[in-house]
Each structure stands twice: as C-alpha cells, then as structure tokens.
Write a protein of this length. Structure first.
Length: 132
C-alpha cells in the first residue's frame, strides 16, 4: 500500500479524521502521520489531551499494520506519555518490529517538531484472512 492508497482507504476512519490526524507517508510496515495542534486538542491543564495523542499513534499503527493489504486488527496496545505538548505539530512514526505472521508487533514514537519524544506506543495486531 502506498501513501495515496492509504489516505483513500483510511479516509473512512472517521474519528481520526474528525480529530485532524493526517497520513504523511506510507511504506510496507511503516507509516508517518501528523497532527497539527489546535485549541480543540487541549485538556484542562492546557496541554494536548492524551486521547488526541493516542488517536495519532493509533492511526499510524493501523496504517502500518494494514500496509501489506491484509486486514489487521489491534488486539493489544500500550502508550506511555513522556512529555507534554501544547503548540506546533506532532508526528507519529509506526514501524514493524519484524516481518509479521498471523500476529504483528509495531512500535510507534510520537514526537514534536524538534524531535523530542512526546509518547511511546506499542501494539499487536491479529491478521484476518481477508484483504483490504
């Protein structure tokens, strides 16, 4: 799956679209996504709400894990928030840990524009027998 095909397929991910997450680059086992921070992403402490960061990481994870054209669904994820962010752009880069079989493992790093790590996300998918 290339970037254009992923953007078309994942346009149906309505929650990520509503949040403002954009797919930037896709290769097999890889996705880079971004979120331009807006006021709607802020929590009461005036930093980006954890759910917005999770959604960014989760979409990058979904795209990377489905980039081989086989339907992959999350079975387990974990996120650690390491630094607050309140302005600018956040990026999520998802990569395969190793070439997957029925189960696939992925790491996602969320960074700000300076490359500082905001969150670390890892997830596992189950690959269905159906194609995208």
């Amino acid at each position: 799956m290339n970037t254009e095909a992923a953007q078309k397929y994942f346009a149906d991910d309505r929650f990520a679209a509503l949040t403002g997450v954009e797919i930037v680059e896709v290769r097999i086992g890889y996705c880079k996504a971004r979120l331009i921070i807006e006021d709607k992403h802020m929590n009461a402490a005036n930093v980006v709400q954890g759910g917005a960061i999770f959604t960014l990481a989760d979409l990058a994870f979904a795209v990377a894990s489905n980039s081989r054209g086989q339907l992959a669904l999350a079975i387990n994820v974990n996120i650690s928030f390491l630094k607050a962010a309140s302005t600018g752009i956040l990026y999520a880069v998802a990569t395969e840990v190793k070439e997957p079989g029925r189960l696939g493992a992925y790491d996602v790093m969320v960074t700000d524009e300076e490359g500082d790590i905001i969150a670390r996300f890892n997830g596992m998918v189950y690959r269905k027998n159906s194609q995208l």
